[in-house]
Design a protein around this ligand. Structure first.
Ligand SMILES: C[S@@+](CC[C@H](N)C(=O)[O-])C[C@H]1O[C@@H](n2cnc3c(N)ncnc32)[C@H](O)[C@@H]1O
Length: 408
């Protein structure tokens, strides 16, 4: 297939779906040849709206060319202007750096770091073959940012982080924007944060995302899964105490009543819609992830990534989990709440009550939460409605949909 035609088709589709919205992002996607950053891949695949894993370590992808839709969403969140100085952490193939270089133009500057020297060498080849010369590529651990070229108007991570590292904040220009895939109670959210004069970062926009996680000094265990048995693993946010895995295994082996949920739910609802709501409003929220094609649970989980998963409330006496009814799919379908163990009925009540509150609030998704990041050392009053997520280097204040944005 002809690369120009394939690229035109891809950008038309990104435009049509509302992923690309601004003229600057559109021009960059129309101009930069993605296939040159994925040499060896058939042109049609290089312009498919899919992430392409380019490196594996122990069977796990450690680098990928991100899905064009997600890249477009993040470039719109980033709001780059000609002349901006940008740091990208997670250079990967170099494609995103090339897009950004196109937008900031010759008056701007793009610095892109990747922890993997081999990837940096390859990215340099890709950039040269695409005729892009405005990117400074370096092999470095982005946990420390890249001080020599600071301050930056924009710092963007194209790799998931559990925390907001002090060096990123320190290297932002006044009023600068930090955009990163941030772990928030089991969801990963692409959060655009503007640095205020008080040292507090206030969010401009939030979107759901799913990125490879940081390696190196800022690698975290938030994605870690404690195996429960029955073909499922447990994921709990690292700011909450982990439920007793042995007790949970016992409880899950004791399925009880299944109660229909009042509304249909799709996998995105269960993960970043209701799931995020539950995780931010109900103690004891955890996520169950299938680790085998068929779990030994009595119901299907929702399709999530390559396997299945769901959200649940659990304690030592019981659990209650959202489960699929019939064949589960990404589109909303019938779901139910399965209760487990002697304490399951009370947890089922709480889960269904939380679902009612989420529906009454208009079924908000990740984009409707307001996040404020308060780095250690900065201070801002905590709004009464905010949930506080304590991380090593910051506190994240999550305000539910409908509440006011805190002012500086
Ligand atoms: C999803 S890929 C980035 C895709 C890239 N932006 C592109 O356009 O191809 C994530 C990248 O982050 C890199 N990475 C992981 N940990 C890092 C760290 N601590 N510092 C810098 N890069 C890191 C990985 O090596 C990987 O290449």
């Amino acid at each position: 297939m002809d690369a120009d035609r394939a690229r035109t088709r891809m950008v038309d589709a990104l435009r049509g779906a509302g992923r690309v919205r601004s003229a600057a992002v559109e021009e960059a996607f129309r101009t930069v040849p993605r296939h040159l950053f994925l040499p060896g891949l058939p042109v049609a695949d290089a312009y498919a709206d899919e992430a392409v894993a380019v490196q594996f370590t122990g069977g796990v992808a450690t680098s990928s060319a991100s899905q064009p839709s997600m890249m477009a969403i993040m470039l719109e969140q980033l709001d780059l202007r000609p002349g901006h100085r940008v740091l990208e952490i997670g250079a990967g193939t170099g494609y995103n750096a090339a897009l950004m270089s196109r937008i900031v133009g010759p008056a701007g500057a793009v610095t892109a770091v990747d922890i993997d020297e081999e990837l940096v060498d390859l990215a340099a080849v890709h950039l040269a073959s695409a005729g892009v010369h405005g990117v400074e590529l370096l092999a470095a651990d982005g946990a420390l940012g890249y001080p020599p070229n600071a301050p930056y108007d924009r710092i963007v991570l194209t790799v998931g982080s559990d925390d907001v590292q002090p060096d990123w904040v320190a290297q932002l220009a006044p009023g600068g924007r930090l955009l990163l895939p941030l772990a928030v109670r089991g969801s990963q959210l692409s959060v655009a944060l503007d640095l205020g004069p008080d040292g507090v970062l206030r969010c401009d926009s939030v979107r759901s995302c799913a990125f490879i996680r940081l390696r190196g000094a800022a690698a975290s265990a938030d994605g870690s899964r404690a195996v429960v048995g029955l073909g499922v693993a447990l994921q709990t946010p690292d700011d909450l105490p982990e439920p007793n895995v042995a007790a949970l295994a016992r409880v899950l082996a004791d399925p009880r009543r299944r109660r229909p949920a009042p509304v249909p739910l799709g996998a995105p609802d269960v993960w970043d819609g209701f799931g995020l709501w539950l995780a931010l409003t109900e103690p004891g929220t955890c996520r169950l992830l299938a680790v085998e094609p068929e779990t030994e649970l009595p119901d299907d989980l929702l399709p999530l990534g390559s396997a299945g998963g769901t959200v649940a409330l659990a304690d030592a006496e019981g659990a209650a989990a959202v489960v699929a009814v019939g064949s589960p799919g990404p589109a909303p379908g019938a779901v139910a709440v399965r209760e487990f163990g002697p304490g399951g009925a009370a947890l089922g009540d709480r889960l269904l009550a939380a679902l009612d509150r989420w529906v009454a609030a208009g079924r908000p998704g990740a984009a409707e939460w307001r996040l404020t990041v308060v780095p250690t050392g900065a201070d801002v009053p905590t709004p009464p409605a905010a949930q506080v997520i304590v991380k090593k280097h910051c506190r994240v204040l999550a305000e539910p949909p409908g509440s006011a944005i805190p002012s500086g």
